[in-house]
Design a protein around this ligand. Structure first.
Ligand SMILES: [Zn+2]
Length: 115
């Protein structure tokens, strides 16, 4: 998943990629103007048994994309990064573990996405 400037839509776009190919590029951009800030809240679910990775927009409470037939023959390493601090200010917080607020609605969304 990338969040960056998009010349097609003229704003900040969220895109999901699989094996180098863009599989989701919704046209709802974030404004790319000075002083604007935005908070994104996403969940990522990996199910090695079903070979799926699901991206969830937690604020919108909807599944963004489900990647099927994910190659799970080798360990997958979650990687997160932000860059270009000379242009923008980005902060990121990664929440993992058993302390996550998991409502019944979120659980149902995950189960449905993985089925
Ligand atoms: Zn775009």
């Amino acid at each position: 998943m990338t969040v960056n400037r998009c010349t097609t839509h003229g704003g900040i776009c969220r895109r999901i990629w699989k094996e180098g190919k863009c599989v989701l590029h919704p046209p709802d951009t974030l404004p790319n103007t000075a002083g604007v800030s935005h908070t994104l809240h996403y969940g990522v679910v990996h199910d090695a048994a079903r070979k799926k990775i699901v991206f969830i927009d937690v604020k919108e409470k909807k599944v963004m994309s489900t990647l099927d037939n994910v190659d799970c023959s080798k360990p997958l390493w979650p990687m997160f990064g932000v860059y270009n601090p000379e242009w923008i200010t980005v902060s990121m917080r990664l929440v993992v573990g058993s302390d996550i607020n998991m409502t019944e609605e979120k659980k149902a969304m995950i189960v449905k996405a993985l089925s």
